[in-house]
Unconditional design. Structure first.
Length: 290
């Protein structure tokens, strides 16, 4: 990133594609003295398709307030081109709550990158259905909450979690949280829950994917970060990674390699979400990578 994060704004656009859209967007920002530092776009078809656009610009020279700029964009450009759009300002740090069970590798990767300033977010709390990682989390100065999340009281536990979260979290990250969230809970955070699945989806969905992969004799294993939907392991995919394996590798070797993949893939997905690099298109995503 060439620009200073605290003065950066980001615009995400999805709309029917037609000539003049990029010109209208950039012209509007020019008129308000914004300096564009990054622009990516993708169209699904040569004509008559859907346009996806991500744009970053600098705000120090703006001639209006953030609120006025946002309102004016909708009136002048958004409405004209029938846009689904979002304008965000990076000086407001998104709030990311993390869910975890007993496996700590994905959680520790996120906390380490966050502490180093690589993930520009606030972490209001870590929630776990086990108490084992409390001291590790609190060492980072992050609040830790234990919710048992037993199968017999899932509705009550989810209500407890929603009460704990309140309005403190903009999105959630499941860093190897080994419980299935109900559709009702997921509906509170549409396309705002990121999960790391320890396999290369859509292969080996569900439980114990490394054993499934071993039994199939695969030559590649993978990890998948995706948005959570009511349908298990079927949400739009954000990022994936793979590693080669051979007939010499046992299940424990696959799990060790998989842990490395899970850390990297989840961290990349979270960073893309934080930097507004993801647009949802049906069951898919458009990801504008840095």
């Amino acid at each position: 990133m060439l620009s200073a994060p605290e003065t950066t704004a980001r615009l995400l656009v999805t709309c029917p594609d037609r000539p003049g859209i990029v010109s209208a967007v950039t012209g509007f920002l020019f008129e308000h003295s914004a300096n564009i530092t990054e622009l990516d776009q993708h169209a699904t078809d040569a004509s008559g398709g859907t346009l996806f656009l991500r744009l970053e610009f600098q705000t120090p020279g703006l001639d209006v307030s953030h609120a006025t700029l946002t309102r004016a964009f909708g009136e002048v450009v958004g409405r004209r081109f029938d846009m689904d759009w979002r304008l965000s300002f990076a000086n407001r740090r998104p709030r990311m709550a993390i869910f975890v069970s007993k496996h700590d590798h994905a959680l520790m990767e996120l906390l380490w990158r966050w502490q180093r300033g690589e993930l520009r977010a606030d972490i209001p709390m870590v929630i776990s259905n086990h108490d084992a990682l409390r001291s590790e989390v609190e060492r980072f100065g992050v609040r830790f909450e234990h919710v048992a999340f037993s199968r017999g009281s899932q509705a009550e536990d989810e209500a407890n979690i929603l009460s704990l979260l309140g309005d403190r979290a903009d999105f959630l990250v499941l860093a190897r949280f080994m419980r299935i969230l109900s559709g009702d809970f997921v509906s509170h955070y549409p396309h705002r829950i990121i999960n790391i699945h320890h396999s290369f989806l859509p292969a080996f969905a569900g439980a114990d994917p490394y054993q499934q992969a071993y039994d199939k004799g695969v030559k590649l294993i993978g990890a998948t970060a995706h948005y959570v939907t009511a349908e298990l392991d079927q949400g739009p995919i954000i990022d994936q990674g793979v590693a080669p394996v051979s007939h010499r590798d046992e299940v424990d070797d696959l799990k060790r390699l998989g842990r490395d993949l899970e850390r990297q893939v989840l961290a990349r997905a979270v960073r893309c979400h934080l930097e507004d690099r993801i647009l949802i298109h049906g069951t898919k995503t458009v990801v504008f990578n840095p």
